[in-house]
Design a binder for this molecule. Structure first.
Ligand code: AMP
Length: 217
């Protein structure tokens, strides 16, 4: 099963992606996570990536397409995969299409920008595991502490309000057109495009996704 999670930052793609990955035993491939990991290498390229992320700007299509190309070749993707945060531009979607990388489902997470700002500013992450919490909607058992390891949680640098606003601008300008693109593709290919009300509760979204994917286990 191959799935793409579309939608603006902060709509819960990462949280639901983790659930789908565990439930259906397919790797969750997040270009955001891969880029953040690459920053630790301290090359010239990683400095550029870090400054783009910090500004809330997208990094170049070439960089992320190369990351995806190498990741999808790995053995654990033979059963399928879930893409979280890729594609984020029409050019990246063309890359998938030209590389004959087909997908079965596009799940488009929809939420107002006002709610997104609220959601992202309360988000806390455990960087080592990728676990995501929210101070109001999905709090850890102990304030600011990861439930499993006891490590401190962090606010991502690009989850600060000014950066979020830039990320949302980038989304509207560069990523939003993918909705039209994939709606069109769904008319031509064996591909299902489904909208998820991302403002719904975590459990309702989980159940909706389960019912969408139940015939594909
Ligand atoms: P995310 O964790 O998916 O919100 O991504 C964090 C940041 O990484 C984004 O704001 C972008 O700067 C960069 N990024 C992640 N995925 C992509 C992509 N597919 N194309 C371009 N930039 C990306």
């Amino acid at each position: 099963m191959r799935i793409i999670l579309l939608g603006a930052p902060g709509t819960g793609k990462g949280t639901q992606g983790k659930f789908i990955s565990e439930e259906y035993n397919i790797p969750k491939i997040s270009t955001g996570d891969m880029l953040r990991e690459s920053i630790t290498l301290e090359t010239k390229m990683s400095q550029f990536i870090q400054s783009q992320i910090k500004k809330g700007k997208l990094v170049s299509d070439k960089i992320v397409c190369d990351l995806i190309k190498n990741r999808i070749k790995k053995k654990d993707c033979s059963n399928g995969f879930l893409l979280d945060g890729f594609p984020r531009s029409i050019e990246q979607a063309y890359y998938l299409s030209e590389s004959k990388i087909t997908v079965d489902y596009i799940l488009n997470f929809v939420m107002s920008h006002e709610k997104i700002l609220d959601r992202i500013s309360g988000r806390r992450i455990h960087p080592q595991s990728g676990r995501i919490y929210h101070i109001k909607f999905n709090p850890p058992k102990i304030n600011n502490i990861d439930d499993i390891t006891g490590d401190s949680l962090v606010l991502r640098e690009d989850d600060k309000t000014e950066t979020i606003k830039n990320r949302l601008k980038e989304y509207e300008k560069i990523t939003y057109p993918l909705k039209k693109y994939y709606l069109n593709q769904a008319l031509k290919e064996k591909l299902q495009f489904l909208e998820i009300d991302a403002a719904d509760s975590l459990i309702n979204i989980k159940n909706k996704i389960k019912s969408i994917l139940k015939n594909n286990r």
